[in-house]
Design a binder for this molecule. Structure first.
Ligand SMILES: NC(=O)C1=CN([C@@H]2O[C@H](COP(=O)(O)OP(=O)(O)OC[C@H]3O[C@@H](n4cnc5c(N)ncnc54)[C@H](OP(=O)(O)O)[C@@H]3O)[C@@H](O)[C@H]2O)C=CC1
Ligand SMILES: Nc1nc(=O)c2c([nH]1)NC[C@@H]1CN(c3ccc(C(=O)N[C@@H](CCC(=O)O)C(=O)O)cc3)C=[N+]21
Length: 283
């Protein structure tokens, strides 16, 4: 069979059109959502993500700023910027691009973002709120994956393999999938015979960053395959899945690029809109 393509660009476009309408309504009431991104250093891929977020925010009518610090910026400089942004009423959402340069403690920085502006949902307060089911910002990539999966039908009772256990992707997406009554197995680099086990799963979510990790032979006929991986191989961006062969086996599959990535950015915008609404008492 040939899989149905989960076209992230199209799904993101429709979702963003809905967000743009909501931004318009807020602006009629004098509220303009703003997303401010802090980045330290000049990593090409990071700068490119940050600029995409910035452009996407402006395209749906938000304002967006980038605070670009040097590669050798100190932790205090980042904390000072955060203090300023935390207290600036014009800033709805703050995102600190990770990884940060080595001299800056990610833990210290993430816990210094005001929880009501932490649109990534990376601060310890918001992680705690998510796991206890309170209203909060859900991390953008997991939220984007859930939005893609809505297009494939109910997840109730599905056996799902999540590969990768980072705080950004693997762990929170496992939690969200469990909330949808799927049975989740969280796999990682110490999982034994991982690829052999995969053929027993109805859904595979791979968030590793290892090109060619998942091949057609590991995929059950008709399974849903979500490829979060983003790795540059030469001048080509690739995922974890051997896409050309896998699409002949899977029932649904995401391409890279054009799958999860556009939804991640969309969910940053979604969370920035929520931040602006909640801060102004709009439900
Ligand atoms: N499309 C998008 O929107 C986004 C894409 N990404 C991409 O997703 C990928 C993962 O990102 P992130 O979660 O931040 O990465 P991390 O490096 O934080 O985590 C990678 C995970 O993969 C596991 N792993 C490594 N090698 C293997 C292996 N051979 N078999 C099974 N598991 C393995 C690691 O296991 P262990 O814990 O044991 O080390 C770890 O849990 C990257 O390619 C990144 O670029 C990330 C965010 C957003
Ligand atoms: N505070 C913080 N929040 C993040 O959400 C965050 C982060 N730091 N650090 C790095 C990772 C990575 N990440 C991606 C976002 C979009 C694409 C994306 O749009 N990818 C496009 C391709 C982009 C291209 O062509 O280069 C796609 O897959 O179609 C990829 C990866 C967010 N992250």
């Amino acid at each position: 069979m040939t899989a149905n393509l989960l076209n992230g660009r199209e799904i993101a476009k429709d979702y963003r059109a809905g967000l743009a309408e909501e931004v318009e309504k807020l602006k009629e009431n004098g509220i303009t959502p703003n997303l401010t991104v802090i980045i330290a250093g000049n990593d090409g891929a990071s700068l490119s993500y940050v600029r995409s977020k910035n452009r996407a925010a402006e395209k749906i009518g938000m304002t967006s700023d980038i605070v670009h610090l040097d590669e050798d910026a100190t932790e205090d400089e980042v904390l000072e910027e955060l203090d300023r942004l935390n207290n600036d009423d014009n800033v709805s959402g703050i995102l600190v691009q990770v990884p940060l340069p080595d001299q800056i403690s990610e833990e210290k920085v993430l816990e210094s973002i005001a929880p009501h502006k932490d649109v990534d949902g990376f601060s310890p307060v918001n992680i705690g709120r998510m796991y206890t089911g309170q209203r909060t910002f859900i991390p953008c990539t997991p939220l984007g994956i859930m939005e893609l999966l809505k297009h494939t039908g109910s997840l109730e009772g599905k056996d799902i393999a999540v590969i990768g256990r980072s705080h950004i992707v693997g762990q929170p997406v496992a939690k969200l999938l469990t909330d949808q009554n799927a049975t989740v197995t969280l796999m990682h680099s110490r999982t034994k015979n991982m690829t052999d086990k995969l053929s027993g799963f109805d859904v595979i979510v791979s968030a590793v960053g290892s090109p060619g990790l998942i091949k057609a032979e590991h995929i059950k006929d008709g399974a849903i395959v979500i490829d979060v991986g983003n790795t540059m191989v030469g001048d080509k961006l690739v995922g974890d899945v051997d896409f050309d062969a896998a699409k002949e086996k899977a029932g649904w599959i995401t391409p890279v690029p054009g799958g999860v990535g556009p939804l991640t950015i969309t969910m940053v915008l979604n969370n920035t809109l929520l931040a602006a609404k909640w801060h102004n008492g709009v439900e």
